[in-house]
Structure formats: structure tokens, C-alpha cells
Write a protein that binds this ligand. Structure first.
Ligand SMILES: NC(=O)c1ccc[n+]([C@@H]2O[C@H](COP(=O)([O-])OP(=O)(O)OC[C@H]3O[C@@H](n4cnc5c(N)ncnc54)[C@H](OP(=O)(O)O)[C@@H]3O)[C@@H](O)[C@H]2O)c1
Length: 263
């Protein structure tokens, strides 16, 4: 595993869930951190926790990634402080499980603003510096929903498919600049994500037994920082599912309907 000591790592959506766990593991490995999210109070608490345990620099900055002007302002400020980013973890994201005919336009826009446009805008803020330094790693937290679309998550799934398309193109664009680009595609993880996504609790009830722990997902991500890992698919058996889906979509949709209909 490459050392993370002294690396500058920016994490969006660091106030909870996977983002906060990624921050804890990066801190334990000696990285300096920039923690971004809307809940500045939670970021300040995390900052205090990390700085009282490790000899590292931690910035906590409020940022709503659906606001592209704010992204520009915050990244300018942060980058003028830390000078450069070694790693950007685009983790901020959310989903709302609705049937396509029920989905509200505001929710649709909002999911794309945060999950897609926000991720692209944050990436565009660090890429010039990474290209100049010929070093860097962009890690995009997508989802298994970006590989297999399931009922009642058409919008969320479409946003994560967009993330994967962007990630795959970017990887090829910057390969010669020695910048690594990784997508992370987890299945369900036990985080607050479902408080917004699955208000009725049906999905959580149905998939509880194979939900991943955020600490485990974070470790898989942090272990692969500054490596050429293309994709992290979790749990591993789900990636066989998406390969099968790509090869035999019609069979998969026909016979997998019951498995997919968990929401
Ligand atoms: N949980 C799952 O089952 C699962 C599975 C696959 C992929 N994912 C993806 O993993 C990522 C992290 O999710 P999680 O499970 O850790 O969920 P979570 O516990 O709800 O955390 C989401 C994080 O994103 C931040 N965030 C949300 N909207 C934001 C905005 N507009 N601007 C800035 N930050 C924002 C939240 O912070 P604030 O509210 O403080 O802004 C929070 O820190 C998401 O991209 C999600 O799509 C989750």
C-alpha cells in the first residue's frame, strides 16, 4: 500500500457515512485532510476528533456541492491554503427511491446537481493542479446502481450511470498525466443514506442481511489510494451480477425481477 503520510486529501460529504469513515482511516495513515459538507457542525466535531488523535492538518469547510459557484470559491480558498490536492474523494451524494412517474422534478434536478454536476465541478477544480504536478488520484463514489438499474431508483441509478460514464472517460483522458481515476461501486451500506432514500424502510428491511458496514467500504477505498485501481465493486458477488447483466440483460431482467424489486 502506498504511504498516505503528508498527502493532501479532499473529501466531499465527509460529515457522516462513508465519507467520515474514509476521513478517519486517512487520518490514521497520516494524511492531511480537507473535509467538505453542508453540516459544518458535524465537520468541526470530526476535525476535533482527528486533530486530537493524530498530528495532521485538518480543514473543515462548509460546502453544498449543488452550488457550483460555492465549489469554485471553496476550492480556490482551500487550494490556496494547502497548495495542491493529492487525492479528491467525490463522495457527497444522495438518492430518493421513487417510481419514475412519481419522481418530483425538483428531486430529479437535485440528485443530478449533487451526484453528477457537483462531482464534475469538484473534479475540474483539482485537475489542472494534478496535471501540472503529474500526480493525483480522483476517487468517485458511484454505486452498484450505476451498473445495474433497478425499479424505483431510475433517477438515482441514472445519476450513478452518469458518474461511471464520466469516470471512465476521465480515466483515459488523464492516464498519460499519471493521474489515477477510480470508481467505487458499493451495494447497500448501513448509513443515514436510507433515511432520505427509503423513507418507508421497505428496502432496508429487505436487504438488511447483506448490508455493508461503512468502515469496511472505507477501508477498501483507502487501501487503494494512490494505486491504479480501476473500480472497486462491493460486495464482490455483486460484480459478477453486473457482468452477467451486461452479457444477458434480457434474461437478467426477466428472471431477476423479484431480486431487483426490493424497494
Ligand atoms: N449507503 C448506501 O447504500 C450507498 C450505496 C452505494 C453508494 N452510495 C453512495 O455513497 C456516498 C455516500 O453516501 P453514504 O451512504 O455515506 O450516505 P450518508 O451517510 O447520507 O452521507 C452522505 C454525505 O454526503 C453529504 N452530502 C449530501 N448532499 C450534499 C450536498 N448537497 N453538498 C455536500 N455534501 C452533501 C452529506 O453531508 P451533509 O448532509 O452534511 O451535506 C453526507 O456527509 C453517496 O454518493 C452515495 O450515493 C451509498
Amino acid at each position: 500500500m502506498p504511504s498516505l503520510t503528508g498527502k493532501n486529501i479532499i473529501i466531499t460529504g465527509a460529515s457522516g457515512g462513508i465519507g467520515a469513515e474514509i476521513a478517519r482511516l486517512c487520518a490514521a495513515r497520516g494524511a492531511n485532510l480537507v473535509l467538505l459538507a453542508r453540516s459544518i457542525d458535524k465537520l468541526e466535531i470530526l476535525k476535533k476528533e482527528l486533530q486530537s488523535t493524530y498530528a495532521i492538518n485538518v480543514h473543515a469547510q462548509q460546502l453544498d456541492v449543488s452550488d457550483t459557484e460555492a465549489i469554485k470559491a471553496v476550492f480556490f480558498e482551500v487550494l490556496s491554503d494547502i497548495r495542491y490536492a493529492d487525492i479528491l474523494v467525490n463522495n457527497a451524494g444522495f438518492g430518493i427511491f421513487d417510481y419514475a412517474h412519481e419522481a418530483k422534478i425538483d428531486d430529479i434536478k437535485s440528485m443530478f446537481d449533487v451526484n453528477v454536476i457537483g462531482l464534475m465541478a469538484c473534479t475540474s477544480m483539482v485537475l489542472p493542479g494534478m496535471k501540472q504536478r503529474r500526480s493525483g488520484h480522483i476517487i468517485n463514489i458511484a454505486s452498484q446502481a450505476g451498473k445495474i438499474a433497478t425499479p424505483k431508483s431510475s433517477v438515482y441509478s441514472a445519476s450513478k450511470h452518469a458518474v461511471l460514464g464520466y469516470t471512465n472517460s476521465l480515466r483515459m483522458e488523464v492516464a498519460d498525466d499519471n493521474i489515477f481515476v477510480t470508481s467505487v461501486n458499493p451495494g447497500p451500506i448501513a448509513t443515514n443514506f436510507f433515511e432520505v432514500a427509503d423513507k418507508q424502510g421497505t428496502y432496508v428491511k429487505n436487504v438488511k442481511r447483506y448490508m455493508l458496514k461503512p468502515e469496511y467500504v472505507a477501508k477498501q477505498v483507502v487501501d487503494r489510494m494512490m494505486t491504479t485501481t480501476r473500480e472497486i465493486n462491493l460486495p464482490r458477488w455483486m460484480s459478477s451480477g453486473s457482468i452477467f447483466y451486461t452479457l444477458f440483460p434480457r434474461i437478467f431482467e426477466r428472471f431477476g425481477k423479484k431480486v431487483f424489486n426490493q424497494k
